[in-house]
Design a protein around this ligand. Structure first.
Ligand SMILES: Nc1ncnc2c1ncn2[C@@H]1O[C@H](COP(=O)(O)OP(=O)(O)O)[C@@H](O)[C@H]1O
Ligand SMILES: [Mg+2]
Length: 229
């Protein structure tokens, strides 16, 4: 595209109203390949923004273009397809989203069950992603044999299984100690170098510092921005 990289995220005057107005007119563009941190106090609307970005929720008003497509014009099938193939989600409470009694392999390949990728490729794909997060040797382990940090790596490997264009991470280190948190950030940096766009919510300044751009949100509005020079 002429004039720089394409925006994977374009939000124009996004408002979200539940019983009260939670997002009050968010304007935000994120270029393909960026690593962005969103910071702000609890209740400021961070998760609400991320859920709209990830097509898990829709705005009350305003315009949202995901990867150039106006989400208002997308069918449910198109939305589900984009969620499954273009977006990888990582949450703080990964325990909720993993099958504890299953193997690492079964957890990582779960998104492929709903895809048209042939079964014979699944194991290799899982090995590739587990290699990226540094726990390929655990592929046959049961989830309940893993530490919290290892379980979060499995969650990242699963989020990567369809080679998403963007990773959306909501407090990905919220349940981890400093050492494990840094390890997860090193993985994010490696992924970002490979071209994966990342939007990460965190309230920890030392975690936000890993991003190349930091956005501050207060009471449903973007109030500040810092860019690494
Ligand atoms: N599904 C919902 N229904 C009603 N209110 C909600 C819902 N989700 C979030 N909220 C409210 O919106 C505000 C912002 O929430 P959230 O986006 O989760 O903030 P943050 O992630 O910054 O802590 C809070 O006041 C919260 O109670
Ligand atoms: Mg939140």
């Amino acid at each position: 595209m002429i004039g720089g990289a394409m925006n994977i995220i374009e939000m124009k005057d996004i408002k979200k109203i539940y019983s009260e107005t939670v997002l009050k007119g968010v304007n935000l563009n994120i270029k393909s390949g960026e690593f962005v941190a969103i910071t702000g106090a609890s209740g400021s609307g961070k998760s609400t923004i991320l859920n709209i970005m990830g097509l898990l929720d829709s705005q009350t008003s305003g315009e949202y273009l995901f990867d150039g497509m106006n989400v208002r014009n997308m069918t449910d099938d198109e939305l589900a397809n984009a969620r499954n193939k273009k977006i990888g989600f990582i949450f703080q409470s990964f325990e909720k989203f993993i099958l504890k009694k299953s193997s690492v392999l079964d957890n990582v390949i779960l998104p492929l069950v709903y895809s048209d990728v042939s079964v014979c490729k699944w194991r290799q794909m899982a090995e590739d992603k587990l290699g990226i997060v540094g726990i390929k040797n655990k592929i046959n382990s049961s989830m309940n044999q893993l530490s919290g940090g290892e379980a979060q790596r499995v969650a990242i490997a699963r989020a990567l299984i369809n080679n998403p264009a963007i990773l959306l991470a909501d407090e990905p280190t919220g349940n981890l100690d400093t050492k494990r948190s840094k390890e997860i950030m090193e993985i994010f940096l490696r992924l970002n170098k490979r071209g994966v766009s990342i939007v990460m919510i965190t309230h920890e300044p030392e975690i936000a510092a890993y991003a190349s751009r930091q956005i501050i949100i207060r009471d449903g509005l973007i109030v500040g921005e810092e860019e690494e020079l």
